[in-house]
Design a protein around this ligand. Sequence first.
Ligand code: KIV
Length: 268
Amino acid sequence: MAENKITILDIRRMKEAGEKITMITAYDYPFARIFSDAGVEIILVGDSAAGVCAGHESTIPITMDEMIYHIRSVTRAKPRSLVVGDMPFMSYQVSVKDAIFNACRFIKEGYAEAVKLEGGVNVEDRISAITAMDIPVMGHIGLTPQSLHRMGGYRVQGRDNVGRKKLIEDARAVERAGAFSIVLEGIPSDLAGEISGIISIPTIGIGAGIECDGQVLVMHDILGLAFSKRPKFVKEYANLKQAATDAVSRYINEVKEKKFPTVEHQYS
Ligand code: KIV
């Protein structure tokens, strides 16, 4: 293991020390290098690749093989950041055996260092089985995009008492099963704060407010590369779509006007 490599032990320690954890998604080699060099602690190769990279309308269609391609592209960058591979729909829902087999594929073929899967009480047996194989698991509860059809759309979860109670039970189940951390997505910030106080593993929030132990965003949202409507919880730190449009427009103009290539770009 490379010196200085971030491991799940560092992530656990950060919660104990009260130090905020940063996580960002990445799906390929160049962005993995950029984010790792910038100092992010965790790179999540999210199944959001289905939407932001492949243009699907949900995360449901992405396959194990497609995810392994993205994870492999990220780990080839040898990032200092911990690399977590996101288990796609149908890779763990059908059976515990599938869950173990597919988590092992992420580690063996993708060189991921941990896996993430969605659900709480309903996937407790999957998380226990994968962690029993010595594969670190990150949980994910709240607005879980693979449960789109049950939720009736991408809606904030846990707004009423029944929903709050269920999410607290889910968080406890994920911790009990041995996960090293948990994503809290699309839940009221006071509930996220309550969960972060109850469980000992780090909570990583997305649309879950300031009281989580860390934050995660999709890289396309942070960098202004997304084509879908921007959700309330997103902060855009750059507008790379505009920068790319400007750069390519200049290239087109210079080719049309015979200003590119010049002598400095050609061979004699
Ligand atoms: O797939 C993904 O990008 C995710 C994060 C938004 C948490 O699951």
